[in-house]
Design a protein around this ligand. Structure first.
Ligand SMILES: *[C@@H]1O[C@H](CO)[C@@H](O)[C@H](O)[C@H]1NC(C)=O
Ligand SMILES: *[C@@H]1O[C@H](CO)[C@@H](O)[C@H](O)[C@H]1NC(C)=O
Ligand SMILES: *[C@@H]1O[C@H](CO)[C@@H](O)[C@H](O)[C@H]1NC(C)=O
Ligand SMILES: *[C@@H]1O[C@H](CO)[C@@H](O)[C@H](O)[C@H]1NC(C)=O
Ligand SMILES: *[C@@H]1O[C@H](CO)[C@@H](O)[C@H](O)[C@H]1NC(C)=O
Length: 379
């Protein structure tokens, strides 16, 4: 849904695609990362869990949920938590073990969280109390008491992005917290902002419609600015893939749905955008749809609270297609292909069959590939 606010933003940011493109303009710029066509490096999961996350399999992008290593960052008690430092350490460990080529840590676009150190810093300082939503008189005037919904792990305040200082603080503090070579970006949960998942808060705060509309508009502007700053810093944002907290849509298995998915994905304009695609059951057809349509920055996998158990028993992610030699081709109605350096990927939407004429490598361990048979072409 494009409202006028976002439209204005688009014009300013100038990411609109060519006039003849059939696809809607993109809201966010791609990351500044070099293309990575490797299939394994293009997989993704968003794990949760109580200890440091160390999967048995190697993945591409691993986006750590806030709950990861909770037993570590909660160790010193509710008011001495250090989720950001522990999350950064989690990324360092994953990279050192060769288990992830990209790693994101968690922030929340709606909430200020006590257990994130850079946020706690301003949550209890009287001089920054107006960074947060407070109870109001129904006309937008704050009464001096911050509105909070606290949980076992810590206090949760709500960022007031209509205060430009609050917006600037969120952006600079997130940039600081991802400023480690092991961290490639952030997962900004609840990206639509207030009152996502906290619907009754509007009434409790006695928030007017105007105040809510202004807050939501300011949230979108702040998120777009944050993404711009992350890109400049060589980092990125899960939600900038346009998939919310999930991994986006997958290629449907029915002929009509499959063709529609491929038709959209095959638009050359899509090559200039980042892509994230839900892997569903990670069957060959789904992986073929990904390889035929994927842009230089493309990921296939699972979002919110997925994990290592998603690894497909077929080991399909270990296939080595090489590099694409061109773009998607529609060979016949419903039949799509793309030439890769190691062979031609074909997806037949009419019969829901696929051809992936590539060999596997063994699962790399410790960042090294044990044996490589990728040059052997299996027909
Ligand atoms: C790795 O494999 C072991 C043995 O099968 C299992 O106990 C463990 O839970 C697995 N780790 C993950 C992160 O799934
Ligand atoms: C931390 O919490 C404990 C009890 O939960 C309390 O006694 C202590 O004063 C708190 N410290 C700070 C710095 O707030
Ligand atoms: C809520 O706002 C209305 C005006 O919209 C006002 O009449 C009412 O007193 C306010 N309630 C509280 C608890 O401040
Ligand atoms: C602001 O309003 C809330 C809810 O009515 C109330 O609990 C709080 O005490 C008020 N704060 C001040 C400083 O009046
Ligand atoms: C998927 O593709 C691989 C590689 O071509 C092949 O070895 C495997 O048999 C295929 N799986 C199915 C279920 O067709």
């Amino acid at each position: 849904m494009l409202d006028s606010m976002v439209l204005v933003l688009l014009l300013v940011m100038n990411f609109a695609g060519p006039i003849n493109s059939l696809v809607a303009p993109s809201l966010f710029p791609p990351p500044s990362w070099a293309p990575n066509w490797d299939l394994l490096a293009s997989t993704t999961i968003q794990p949760s869990g109580d200890s440091y996350f160390m999967p048995n399999h190697t993945w591409g992008l691993i986006s750590l949920d806030w709950s990861v290593a909770k037993s570590v960052w909660m160790r010193h008690g509710r008011n001495r938590t250090n989720c950001e430092a522990v999350s950064v350490e989690g990324c360092r460990r994953l990279k050192a073990a060769g288990k992830a080529s990209r790693c994101f840590i968690y922030h929340n676009m709606e909430l200020a969280l006590e257990w994130e150190e850079t946020q706690r810093k301003v949550m209890y300082d009287p001089s920054t109390a107006d960074y947060f939503l407070q109870y109001t008189d129904g006309m937008g005037n704050k009464n001096g008491t911050i509105y909070a919904e606290n949980i076992e792990e810590g206090d949760q305040f709500f960022w007031d992005y209509t205060n430009p200082k609050a917006a600037a603080y969120v952006i600079s503090s997130i940039l600081r917290s991802v400023d480690d070579p092991a961290v490639d970006g952030t997962f900004t949960d609840d990206v639509n902002g207030f009152p996502q998942e906290h619907e009754s808060a509007t009434a409790r705060i006695n928030m007017s419609h105007q105040q809510l509309a202004a807050l939501q508009a300011a949230t979108r502007v702040t998120h777009a600015k944050l993404v711009g700053e992350l890109v400049k810093a060589g980092k990125y944002n899960w939600q900038a893939f346009g998939v919310g907290d999930g991994a986006g849509v997958t290629c449907p298995s029915d002929p009509k749905g499959c063709s529609a998915f491929m038709q959209t994905g095959c638009d050359p304009e899509m090559q200039s955008r980042p892509m994230m695609m839900d892997a569903a059951h990670a069957d060959n057809q789904t992986v073929a749809a990904f390889l035929i349509t994927r842009p230089p920055i493309g990921f296939i996998g699972w979002g919110w609270e997925s994990g290592d158990s998603k690894w497909p028993s077929s080991d399909v992610f270990l296939l080595k297609p090489g590099e694409p030699q061109g773009l998607c081709k529609q060979e016949q109605p419903g039949i799509y292909s793309r030439q890769w350096s190691k062979g031609k990927v074909v997806l037949n939407c009419n019969e829901w069959t696929a051809s992936l004429p590539f060999s596997h490598i063994d699962q790399p361990s410790g960042g090294r590939v044990k044996s490589v048979s990728a040059d052997v072409l299996v027909e």
